[in-house]
Design a protein around this ligand. Structure first.
Ligand SMILES: [Zn+2]
Length: 446
């Protein structure tokens, strides 16, 4: 009988206590979601982001968490918000949790919900520009700090959170200036976390490098002539030979992806972005004249593992050879090597403890990490990697379609909340790592 009473007592205890625990965590989750929505509702779209509004919001968050904060204007009107959670062993190199506050523009009428409404639909999806790229990550860092503080965790290393402007237009007034500044040197950063991409399957996608943009313009010249005459070496003919050669190269790279032999970030991508030729007339173009000049532009993306010299040779000898009256120039050409001549990448093996720690931390929080990849486009992480620092691109969004820069960008609230747990685990693991050295960048020591 006594056992029966004990049993009944336990049943009653469970029945009455579970809803209580459940409701307090539900309240925490819903306030985390509403803080995320508030950040998303600030219109920070290029070309005129409301940077100050975003900065004010972030500073108010920092105050509620008792974090030290400062706003740095490397360029007037483009504030970078820097927050600090001081470590108990401040001589240890620090951790930088990096994000950007700006977002790309959106065509409002093509969205189901207004891109700055941060609408939460009945499936649990939060629709907003920046929900994936990358206001989610910025707020998840803050929520993870909130969670760790509530649990009484104290970091050994200082943890910095940087919210930078400008990434969507190149990062030149934000991350680039920050990474080169004295302020940054004083932070004594050991590891940088920046953005990754959503993953349609259950694995999070970590990025250890990115492709370098080479924006190539090729130009051909040739004798002008009557539109009815066949002759060699016309500007148009010369340019066509080049575009044919470039098209074959593009197909060979694309075939590697289609065959599943290489990932998108591991091949050299080439896409024609403009063609400029012809002699204008009031009704369009002169039709019986072969022009003396023709030009084409290409957006080329080169992975750090590619042979830069052989690609340069290919451009000079096959795509724009002097022998065919051609010349070329670059609108932009970012080297795949850093100042010391090493490929700009972060090691993802045992030589880099930050990588192993990340793997462990994600696993401990119940997340699955995919194979490290080369980011197919550009992020601000390059400015830190170029300094020889390890930087990992990571946005914890599994089971999520890749919608950055797309219409109806959304993130499911459960994925968002799961991501906070993942960052709690990462920050805790990183900030407890008691090791003097700096590791894992393209250079072994700074
Ligand atoms: Zn981004």
């Amino acid at each position: 009988m006594e056992f029966l009473f004990l049993y009944l007592y336990l049943v009653v205890l469970v029945l009455f206590s579970t809803p209580l625990i459940h409701s307090s965590s539900t309240i925490q989750s819903s306030s985390a979601i509403s803080r995320f929505q508030q950040y998303l509702q600030i219109n920070t779209a290029q070309p005129s982001p409301r940077y100050q509004e975003a900065a004010d919001f972030l500073i108010s968050q920092a105050k509620s968490l008792s974090l030290q904060s400062q706003t740095i204007d490397f360029v007037t009107g483009k504030p970078l918000v820097l927050l600090k959670w001081p470590g108990t062993k401040p001589h240890l190199p620090s951790i930088l949790l990096y994000s950007h506050t700006d977002v790309v523009p959106s065509e409002h009428d093509k969205w189901t919900h207004h891109p700055f409404s941060a609408h939460l639909d009945h499936h649990g999806r939060i629709y907003a520009r920046g929900s994936q790229d990358m206001k989610c990550v910025g707020m998840q860092y803050l929520e993870a700090v909130r969670g760790l503080k509530a649990k009484g965790f104290e970091p050994l290393r200082s943890v910095y959170l940087a919210f930078a402007p400008d990434e969507e237009i190149g990062g030149h007034d934000g991350a680039e200036k920050f990474a080169q500044s004295e302020i940054f040197d004083q932070l004594n950063v050991a590891i940088v976390l920046d953005e990754g991409l959503a993953s349609p399957d259950e694995h999070y996608r970590p990025f250890y490098a990115e492709r370098s943009p080479w924006w190539l313009v090729i130009k051909s010249t040739g004798a002008p002539g009557h539109g009815a005459k066949l002759y060699d070496n016309s500007a148009m003919e010369n340019l066509l030979k080049s575009t044919e050669s470039i098209r074959r190269f593009r197909a060979s790279q694309f075939d590697l992806i289609k065959a599943g032999l290489k990932a998108e970030g591991d091949v050299v991508s080439v896409n024609m972005v403009f063609l400029k030729a012809g002699t204008p007339s009031p009704t369009g173009f002169v039709m019986n004249l072969q022009p003396s000049e023709a030009e084409a532009g290409f957006d080329i993306r080169v992975p750090p593992t590619a042979d830069q010299e052989s690609l340069e040779r290919r451009i000079a000898e096959e795509w724009a050879p002097i022998s065919r009256n051609m010349s070329f120039s670059f609108k932009q050409k970012v080297s795949v090597h850093d100042e010391s001549g090493k490929p700009v990448l972060t090691n993802t093996d045992s030589s880099n403890p930050w990588w192993s720690l990340l793997e462990n931390a994600v696993q401990k929080a119940g997340g699955k990490l995919g194979k490290p990849e080369v980011f197919p486009a550009s992020t601000d992480a390059r400015y830190f990697r170029r300094r020889g620092l390890p930087a990992i691109g990571f946005s914890p969004m599994a089971n999520t379609p890749i919608l950055l820069h797309d219409h109806n960008e959304f993130l499911h609230k459960d994925e968002y909340l799961k991501g906070i747990e993942i960052y709690e685990s990462i920050i805790k693991t990183y900030a407890s790592f008691d090791d003097q050295g700096k590791h894992g960048g393209s250079r072994d020591e700074l």
